[in-house]
Design a protein around this ligand. Structure first.
Ligand SMILES: Cc1cc2nc3c(=O)[nH]c(=O)nc-3n(C[C@H](O)[C@H](O)[C@H](O)COP(=O)(O)OP(=O)(O)OC[C@H]3O[C@@H](n4cnc5c(N)ncnc54)[C@H](O)[C@@H]3O)c2cc1C
Length: 216
């Protein structure tokens, strides 16, 4: 796997909810917009970022001010009452021209699961709610010349996997299974012609895996 490509320049950005939609039984797509997003630089597939979300009862969004690795210390040193939730999410889509607002927009697909604060925030997100984001760049870079890839992840990795499968390259052709727990996720995440995306949830079935070339 290639190196983690970090953004040349990054900022702690304040963005706001401009839309949200249940896109499958287990995913909510929250679309962020606002002036802060104008400084966000899309880097392509598997771009991820930190999100800072006000916790229940926090009326103000406090954010780290540095983008050096010291942001983490700054965040940890905030009092428990003011420290926002910190989590990692993936760019599902970025548009320079918004659909729901006048400026750029960033879609985040949240896997909804019981007991998670970020998940609960996504379920209750209202237009105008503000969060912070800090770009982390691109982690997964397959080696040049790879002629196939096997991508394995849990449901929270699906936004990244679907993005890989949209790459205009010949190397992404995951095998298909009809056993997805979330068929609507696949339906609503159309892939380019000729590409399919496996959506196993729970234990990965062994027979289809055994047919993959790496087992030869
Ligand atoms: C680089 C990177 C990119 C990511 N991108 C995405 C993304 O685009 N979309 C996305 O949904 N997630 C993504 N994740 C995963 C996400 O950061 C975690 O699922 C996160 O912990 C969710 O926070 P929470 O507050 O909802 O739950 P937490 O408070 O972290 O966890 C509460 C409980 O829920 C369990 N839990 C956490 N996540 C899940 C889950 N997905 N399904 C079932 N149980 C869970 C935990 O084990 C724990 O028991 C990404 C993670 C990384 C490292």
């Amino acid at each position: 796997m290639g190196k983690h490509i970090k953004p040349d320049e990054r900022h702690v950005l304040t963005v706001e909810v401009v839309a949200s939609k249940q896109v499958s039984p287990t995913f909510i797509r929250v679309t962020m917009g606002g002036d802060g997003l104008r400084q966000f630089v899309p880097m392509g597939f598997d771009q991820w970022f930190r999100v800072f979300i006000p916790k229940h009862g926090q009326s103000e969004l406090r954010l780290p001010t540095t983008t050096s690795p010291l942001w983490f210390a700054q965040w940890m040193l905030m009092s428990k009452d003011t420290r926002p939730l910190g989590r990692n999410y993936t760019v599902r889509n970025f548009r320079t021209e918004g659909v729901f607002s006048a400026g750029p927009e960033l879609d985040i697909d949240f896997a909804v699961h019981g007991g998670g604060e970020a998940s609960a925030w996504a379920e209750n997100a209202q237009v105008g709610d503000r969060i912070g984001i800090l770009d982390e760049g691109v982690t997964y870079n397959p080696p040049a010349g790879a002629d196939w890839e096997l991508l394995v992840g849990d449901e929270s990795a699906l936004p990244a996997i679907v993005e890989f499968c949209s790459r205009p390259a010949r190397i992404c052709a995951p095998r298909c299974s009809s056993r997805s727990r979330t068929p609507t996720t696949r339906r609503r995440s159309p892939l380019p012609r000729g590409r399919t995306c496996t959506g196993w949830c729970g234990p990965i079935p062994r027979r289809p895996l055994a047919r993959l070339p790496w087992r030869r």
